[in-house]
Design a protein around this ligand. Structure first.
Ligand code: GAR
Length: 187
């Protein structure tokens, strides 16, 4: 049985898709053993509770440095035997402590066809730019923001003008691609 940790800052729809993918067998022999969240009160915590997933919730301001909280997170992940770390709307740059201890084992999902539109507001920026083909990227995580080797991508064509509808389309594509990609990585 493989063990995943999923890092989330807010909503957690990708977290839920991954947990559900493990439950249904779409990701075989795998379990989400930990949800790491840097926002006490985030919606993902309700999802984790409902799905029976253990959480590690922290406020970065309670620590003297990023290395301090990342050390604690890595210790918890070590104790649970985490094989793969999936960032899913975790709006922080991963630091040296975690990158060092989980080298080559951290992946991220980003709602654009990287290297276009990196950063925290990719969908809004692409929408305002007027692109006709949006997309989703899953990549390895390194010290560069939204950098790292690309593992998978899918295009999401959209020519409408309803931003909420676009976001929903992209999320749907994300949930499918993340489950498929995790499954491939673990195989
Ligand atoms: C997702 O669209 C994810 O790609 C994005 O945050 C959203 C989280 O949604 N991540 C980034 O923009 C990272 N730069 P969710 O909490 O419902 O899964």
């Amino acid at each position: 049985m493989r063990s995943l940790a999923v890092f989330v800052s807010g909503n957690g729809s990708n977290f839920e898709a991954i947990a559900e993918g493990c439950r249904s067998g779409a990701i075989a022999n795998c379990e989400v053993v930990l949800c790491v969240c840097d926002k006490p009160g985030a919606k993902v915590l309700e999802r984790a509770k409902r799905l029976g997933v253990k959480t590690f919730v922290f406020s970065p301001k309670d620590y003297a440095s990023k290395a301090d909280y990342e050390r604690e997170i890595a210790d918890v992940m070590d104790s649970l035997g985490v094989d793969l770390v999936c960032l899913a709307g975790y709006m922080r740059i991963v630091g040296e402590e975690l990158l060092g201890r989980y080298e080559g084992k951290i992946v991220n999902i980003h709602p654009s066809l990287l290297p276009a539109f990196p950063g925290a507001n990719a969908i809004r920026e692409a929408f305002e730019y007027g692109v006709k083909v949006y997309g989703v990227t899953i990549h390895e995580v390194n010290a560069t923001l939204d950098g790292g080797r690309i593992l998978s991508q899918v295009a999401v064509p959209y020519e409408g003008d309803d931003f909420d509808e676009l976001v929903a389309e992209i999320h749907k594509a994300e949930h499918k691609l993340y489950v498929e990609t995790i499954s491939k990585i673990l195989a």
